[in-house]
Write a protein that binds this ligand. Structure first.
Ligand SMILES: NC(=O)c1ccc[n+]([C@@H]2O[C@H](COP(=O)([O-])OP(=O)(O)OC[C@H]3O[C@@H](n4cnc5c(N)ncnc54)[C@H](OP(=O)(O)O)[C@@H]3O)[C@@H](O)[C@H]2O)c1
Length: 253
């Protein structure tokens, strides 16, 4: 029987490309995001092209109860999840004290709590089946040597990186692999409202979303605990790790 992948944030960008790749490879899918219309179009296209089974569920992962709703939806439809791709995310702009707690809470839920909750809910059946592949989308931002603006994004990405590593180390001997994916700038809808900022980033720093997804798939299947996408970012992360905080502080003043 075909295995099934649950993909969060499947309505655009990396999530949509994950849906494309896994459908091409014959996996059945459960796709979730808030934009139901996008999910419907993506599912219809992939069902026609690849003859796989696809269910969609619209959910706002900013809400605490969303992971249990998605879990119940899978159970009600007798779908067992073999592959979990925790991908949903967005950027949060503004000073910490200027943003309401509600905004922070929703952000933390989408980028980290929901991923941890879905993993906790789905892990028992993966353990029972002796098979599970989990991909957690972190970011090269998780390696930032010094944090000020954008700090909540960095904090959640570091959380998911460490969480992913913990799951991998705890369960890899039982054939559950968890891979933290750390892309740099990637062409998706992520920067759609950041026109000027986007054009200020040199083109060699941008990666193709499909390429990131292909690398992530290969890393996950071969049991890698972490992947930094692309040679440029591998080198950058190396320097981020060895650069002392005082030097970065100096540069940011
Ligand atoms: N693009 C980059 O440069 C880059 C670099 C490093 C890491 N990442 C990470 O990659 C992941 C995917 O982002 P992307 O680049 O593909 O951006 P994207 O095209 O904007 O996709 C983000 C996805 O997350 C979903 N999402 C956002 N808020 C949500 C919510 N409250 N509830 C449920 N789903 C929600 C969106 O769906 P709906 O709007 O339909 O809900 C969408 O499907 C994110 O975790 C991001 O942090 C991106």
């Amino acid at each position: 029987m075909n295995k099934t992948a649950l993909i969060t944030g499947a309505s655009s960008g990396l999530g949509k490309d994950f849906a494309n790749l896994y459908a091409e490879k014959g996996y059945n899918l459960v796709l979730t995001a808030r934009r139901e219309d996008n999910l419907k179009l993506i599912a219809a296209d992939l069902i026609e092209k690849h003859k796989v089974d696809i269910l969609i569920i619209s959910a706002d992962l900013g809400k605490q109860d969303a992971p249990s709703k998605i879990f119940s939806f899978c159970n009600e439809n007798n779908v067992k999840i073999d592959i979990l791709i925790n991908n949903a995310g967005y950027g949060l702009v503004g000073e910490f004290d200027k943003l309401s707690w509600e905004k922070h809470n929703a952000f933390i839920n989408v980028l980290s709590t929901s991923a941890i909750a879905l993993t906790r809910l789905l892990l028992p059946s993966m353990l029972a089946e002796k098979y599970g592949r989990i991909i957690n989308i972190s970011s090269v931002a998780a390696f930032a040597p010094y944090t000020n603006s954008g700090g909540m994004y960095i904090a959640t990405k570091l959380m998911i990186l460490k969480f992913s590593e913990m799951i991998h180390n705890e369960y890899k001997s039982r054939n559950i692999y968890s891979c933290a994916v750390c892309p740099g700038f990637t062409h998706t809808e992520f920067h759609k409202d950041m026109g000027e900022f986007k054009s200020s980033i040199p083109s060699f720093m941008w990666m193709d979303s499909r390429k990131v997804v292909e690398q992530s798939y290969a890393a996950s299947m071969s049991g890698k605990d972490i992947i930094i996408n692309g040679w440029f970012y591998k080198v950058l992360v190396f320097f981020m790790k060895i650069t002392p905080k005082w030097l970065v502080k100096l540069g940011s003043n």
